[in-house]
Ligand binder design. Structure first.
Ligand SMILES: [Zn+2]
Length: 263
């Protein structure tokens, strides 16, 4: 394990994180991802290449624009730090591998979905639908978990695991939504289906249950503390994202821990 490579992945993750921020800013409002290049919202000054690793410039300049000194929003910093940490941890944990590439790609996808849901209360179709197509293509080459080990030729093994996972996720969220339509949005249901496609039929319920339990705990705490901002409805997407990312990163550890509770 090369420390230099872990640091390199941290910097790469930070740069990818700044692109994820652009996605979070522009996708909900139909702006182009490519133009204009990133700029300060206050003085419109384009960001220099040295700002490509904004964690350092943020710490150095105390979260202020270097041109107009305006205080910059907090979220980009945390997204960049999170993405940098994800890349560095992922490389340290998985090494250079297909696992690493697939897991990092999906984690980035679910980070973007989570933050947009947190900020806008929306799970965007223009992210979910293309993600469904990409998840199916990936599943053919990199099969997700299955409930039963089917002996199927390529590409059906991965596709069947993925599609049955998607169906389980959809049904699991569709049933409560049909009984109590106000409780859950269509966005959450589609996202549950996407999660099933990504993690496969063997893990989809784990990912969703982690999200449901976390969401319930946080909702309970916010209710007790009477946090005004979330009095009406707490977006569910961020919790589903956390559950999915946890499963993507640590599925075998989580399942062993869970089984250890009983055996
Ligand atoms: Zn500025």
């Amino acid at each position: 394990m090369e420390v230099a490579l872990v640091i390199l992945f941290f910097i790469l993750g930070s740069a990818v994180g700044s692109f994820l921020n652009v996605c979070m800013d522009r996708l909900p409002t139909d702006r182009s991802l490519l133009r204009p290049t990133s700029h300060c919202d206050s003085c419109q000054h384009p960001l220099a290449v040295s700002d490509l690793v904004p964690i350092f410039s943020y710490l150095w300049l105390r979260r202020r624009c270097r041109y107009c000194q305006a205080l910059l929003p907090r979220r980009p910093f945390w997204v960049e730090l999170g993405s940098a940490g994800l890349f560095a941890f992922g490389y340290w944990y998985y090494g250079l591998s297909i696992d690493l590439a697939v897991i990092i790609f999906y984690c980035c996808l679910f980070i973007v979905l989570a933050v947009i849901d947190l900020e806008h209360g929306l799970i965007l179709n223009k992210i979910v639908y293309p993600a469904v197509v990409v998840a199916l293509i990936i599943s053919a080459f990199y099969p997700p978990s299955g409930i039963v080990d089917l002996a199927l030729p390529w590409p059906w093994f991965g596709l069947v695991n993925s599609i049955t996972g998607g169906a389980i996720g959809l049904i699991f969220f569709l049933l409560p939504a049909l009984i109590y339509p106000e409780g859950m949005g269509w966005g959450d249901i589609k996202m549950a289906g996407l999660i099933g496609l990504v993690v496969g039929s063997g893990l989809v319920l784990f990912a969703l249950l982690i999200g449901i339990i976390l969401g319930g705990l946080v909702a309970g705490v916010l209710l007790l503390l009477k946090v005004r901002r979330w009095r009406e409805a707490i977006p569910f997407g961020p919790f589903l994202s956390v559950g999915t990312i946890a499963i993507l990163l640590w599925s075998s550890d989580i399942i062993n821990w869970y089984l250890g509770l009983f055996f």
